[in-house]
Design a binder for this molecule. Structure first.
Ligand code: 8YV
Length: 324
């Protein structure tokens, strides 16, 4: 019998991180690397000292019900943790940690990729060439929207929102306005070339591009609904690299179909990996399979953050990235 804490890693992680985990802990994998069903996760909470979930695992309150819980920490692999009922975990005396900071740049890079791709119709162009349908250059071919010099509206001015502002303001000469729940010092906002507005609606009304960087779940569920989409400029584009549930997907599909807004770039969806057919058939949307943090450097750094968090916890120290 090992005296090391027993941990369950719910998906396969970068090899370099798995090696460190295997060295420090009595580690088990979910070998087939598919999302674990609720009953298996409930069982894991009763068998392991730590469970290390990802965004593909759902941990609602009922998983913590019924007693017999052994797990003392959930070391989430990712910064967003709305897939975990944190209050229920806390009530079951389970600590929850996340991985902030290390995925800021790569997530902002994906937001920028989507913004440029949807504005300049890169997905459509790719599809046209691959289908052998390009008939040659012409002055009126696949005309998009200019990005440089336009106004970006950011919802959620945390680390990733700021990184997006920096890219757009200093890289693309954009005017940047944002909504954030708490006030941001004007001098701090100016460092990112950005200016705070009082409401989400004010941002939506003036922005040519709206980029979402707020957490999912809770009061942010369907923050962008039919009414708010109607407030956006007719030629505006929406970019979502936050969480799928921040946007009412059926309302977005209607808005895109009816020209309420011009286009959308989406990295996240309400019921991943299910992407509604209504979105998949639209030409004016660019769709990515939740790639925000998907670079070698970032995925390793995220894993090492989880290692640091659970190591600190089992050493009796405060985990650096504790959220509950
Ligand atoms: C992660 C993300 O890959 O960290 C987040 O919140 O959305 C992604 O970039 C994912 O959460 C892994 O669990």
């Amino acid at each position: 019998m090992s005296s090391k804490p027993r941990i369950l890693v719910t998906r396969r992680w970068p090899e370099a991180v798995e090696r460190v985990l295997a060295d420090r802990f009595d580690m088990a994998f979910n070998g087939n690397d598919v999302a674990m069903p609720a009953n298996a996760l409930a069982q894991a909470l009763r068998e392991f000292d730590a469970v290390l979930p990802t965004v593909s695992d759902r941990l609602p309150a009922n998983l913590f019900d019924g007693g017999g819980i052994k797990a003392r920490i959930l070391g989430n692999y990712g910064v967003g943790y709305n897939h975990i009922d944190v209050a229920a975990a806390k009530a079951a005396n389970i600590v929850v940690t996340n991985t902030p900071g290390v995925l800021t740049d790569c997530t902002a890079d994906i937001a920028m990729t989507l913004l440029l791709a949807v504005a300049r119709r890169a997905g459509e162009g790719e599809r046209q060439i691959r289908a052998g349908e390009w008939t040659g250059w012409r002055p009126t071919h696949m005309i998009g929207s200019k990005v440089t010099g336009k106004t970006l509206g950011i919802i959620g001015f945390g680390r990733i929102g700021k990184a997006m502002a920096k890219r757009c303001h200093f890289g693309f000469d954009m005017e940047v306005v944002f909504y954030n729940r708490s006030p941001i010092d004007a001098a701090e906002a100016a460092r990112y070339g950005a200016r705070q507005l009082d409401t989400v609606d004010e941002v939506l009304k003036v922005a040519d591009f709206v980029s979402l960087h707020c957490p999912g779940g809770g009061e942010n569920r369907h923050l962008i609904n039919a009414e708010r989409l109607a407030m956006m400029k007719k030629g505006a584009h929406l970019v979502n690299t936050a969480r799928g549930d921040v946007v009412d997907e059926p309302a977005l599909i209607e808005a895109l179909k009816n020209g309420v807004i011009r286009g959308a770039g989406l990295d996240v969806f309400e019921a991943e990996p299910n992407v509604p057919a209504g979105l998949r058939v639209l030409e004016n949307v660019v769709l990515l399979p939740h790639l925000g943090s998907a670079t070698e450097e970032t995925r390793v750094a995220m894993g090492m953050k989880v290692v640091d968090n659970i190591t600190a916890f089992f050493d009796g120290r405060e985990p650096p990235d504790r959220v509950a």
